[in-house]
Design a protein. Structure first.
Length: 114
């Protein structure tokens, strides 16, 4: 994950609060109906879960297969972002030390409604 993404997530975990919509961001509107930018860099990437709107595409730049999140709003919906943050805080670990298995388990629990 990009270092900026780690910083955003670690800051939110430290203060226990979502960062909200970054109305100064040059990339807005990056997704339809975006509500929160805390997880702009998705902690679940690549989730490989087409049910949330992501899909595999061929990169026009590299010609390689890559996971695209352009149609996913899962981590940008305020209700989900709250649950992601809550789940991360409850893990009570430095974000850098949280395993991919724990992250994907958190995503699964959120989708299943806790
Ligand atoms: S498809 Fe959505 S949930 Fe999956 S990695 Fe991309 S942004 Fe995250």
């Amino acid at each position: 994950m990009h270092e900026k993404g780690r910083m955003l997530i670690k800051k939110a975990m430290k203060v226990g609060k979502l960062s909200g919509l970054d109305s100064d961001c040059n990339y807005l509107p990056c997704h339809d109906a975006i509500q929160d930018c805390t997880f702009c860099y998705c902690p679940f990437y690549p989730c490989n879960d087409p049910d949330v709107g992501g899909r595999e595409i061929i990169s026009s730049r590299t010609g390689q297969s890559v996971w695209s999140c352009s149609q996913c709003t899962f981590n940008h919906e305020a209700k989900n972002a709250e649950k992601i943050l809550d789940g991360l805080i409850k893990l009570n670990e430095d974000f850098n030390l949280i395993s991919r298995k724990e992250l994907l388990s958190l995503k699964k629990r959120i989708i299943e409604g806790w």
